[in-house]
Write a protein that binds this ligand. Structure first.
Ligand code: SAM
Ligand code: DTB
Ligand code: SF4
Length: 331
């Protein structure tokens, strides 16, 4: 490949980083292949067009229904298929009051969005009233709401929209080509269908994926192509570093080079300039320096609080120290 032409800092980044929906995988691969400094400069330049580079949005997660999931996602501690080896048993849907009390705490600690996740293929209709009450209760606290419950039908999407749900998280996880290596119980198209329903209902879309599952750079490019070529970019794009949970099929996958993770954040920022890009799972074992590079590459959001769904996340005090060192302001 020819050496890329360096970007002239005086050029308006909007001219060379427009909001596009017609990305070719080769173009995205070429971004991945840029010299690191060039890629970082481009990503930070794009970032500054649409985002305050010193702000970080804080979302807090809660697992409202843990384990016993009928899907077979190879990375996931919550699949019933892996329960014998992970030792994780299934629990029932939490009570509304417990979820609202935990959201209140999250708000006091500085989180602005509360993300409620359930280990389901899709919600059962009998659970919808409880889910609606959770959304209403968290909204009443003055927080943004997000849910991730698996596949949704039109009726369920409608009920969540009416309750006031702000965001729905549903990740494409990887490229269409690699998907079948990781998940066999549903198709890529199933994921895209739910994303379309969520979009059509007027709920903000949160969709991203995982890196470090043994996929190629082309797969990472393919995943970002899928997201960037949606009719509208997801408002929020979580990029997760695989948490290799003991007892899951991906337990022994070789750890990803942190620079490859940072590159993925940078390319996501360039191809979806206005979206929130979230530095998601994987921060517990990530150095402060790698996290700082992720923010420089255009990450504008994190999961905050000591727990993700079933695995650990940095303590609030550790994150606060990092924000202070970097001059980042929580938003
Ligand atoms: N069951 C629903 C679904 O799959 O859409 C919602 C919950 S699921 C746990 C949400 C997302 O968490 C997955 O799509 C995946 O991207 C991410 N995730 C799960 N386990 C992970 C792991 N071990 N490492 C990194 N990300 C993970
Ligand atoms: C997302 O992209 N990452 C979050 C959230 N959406 C639901 C989940 C990360 C889970 C990490 C593994 C665990 O804690 O079980
Ligand atoms: Fe179930 Fe979601 Fe885990 Fe897949 S990622 S096994 S759908 S909880």
């Amino acid at each position: 490949m020819n050496a890329p032409t360096p970007i002239d800092p005086a050029t308006n980044a909007a001219d060379w980083a427009p909001v596009r929906h017609d990305w070719k995988v080769e173009e995205i691969e070429a971004l991945f292949a840029l010299p690191f400094m060039e890629l970082m400069f481009r990503a930070q330049s794009v970032h500054r067009l649409y985002h305050d580079p010193n702000k970080v949005q804080l979302s807090q997660l809660i697992s409202i229904k843990t384990g016993g999931c009928a899907e077979d996602c190879g990375y996931c501690s919550q699949s019933a298929k892996h329960s014998k080896t992970t030792g994780l048993s299934a629990s029932k849907l939490l009570e509304v009051e417990r979820v609202i009390a935990a959201a209140k705490k999250a708000k006091e600690n500085g989180a602005s969005r509360y993300c409620m996740g359930a280990a389901w293929t899709s919600p059962k209709d009998r659970d919808m009233d409880t889910l609606v009450a959770m959304v209403e209760g968290v909204k009443d606290l003055g927080m943004e709401t997000c849910m991730t419950l698996g596949m949704l039908d039109d009726h369920q999407v409608g009920a969540l929209k009416t309750a006031g749900l702000d965001y729905y998280n549903h990740n494409v996880d990887t490229s269409e080509e690699f998907y079948g290596e990781i998940i066999t119980t549903r198709t890529y198209q199933d994921r895209l269908d739910t994303l379309e329903r969520v979009r059509n209902a007027g709920i903000n879309v949160c969709s991203g994926g995982i890196v470090g599952m043994g996929e190629s750079v082309r797969d990472r490019a393919g995943m970002l192509k899928t997201l960037a070529n949606l009719p509208k970019h997801p408002e929020s794009v979580p990029i997760n570093m695989l948490v290799a949970v003991p007892g899951t099929p991906l337990e022994h996958v070789e750890a990803l080079d942190p620079f490859e993770f940072v590159r993925t954040i940078a390319v996501a920022r360039i191809v979806m300039p206005k979206s929130e890009v979230r530095l998601s799972a994987g921060r517990q074992t990530m150095s402060e320096e790698t996290q700082a590079l992720c923010f420089l590459a255009g990450a504008s959001s994190i999961f905050y609080g000591e727990q993700l769904l079933t695995t650990a996340n940095p303590e609030n005090s550790r994150d606060r120290k990092l924000f202070d060192k970097l001059g980042l302001q929580p938003a």
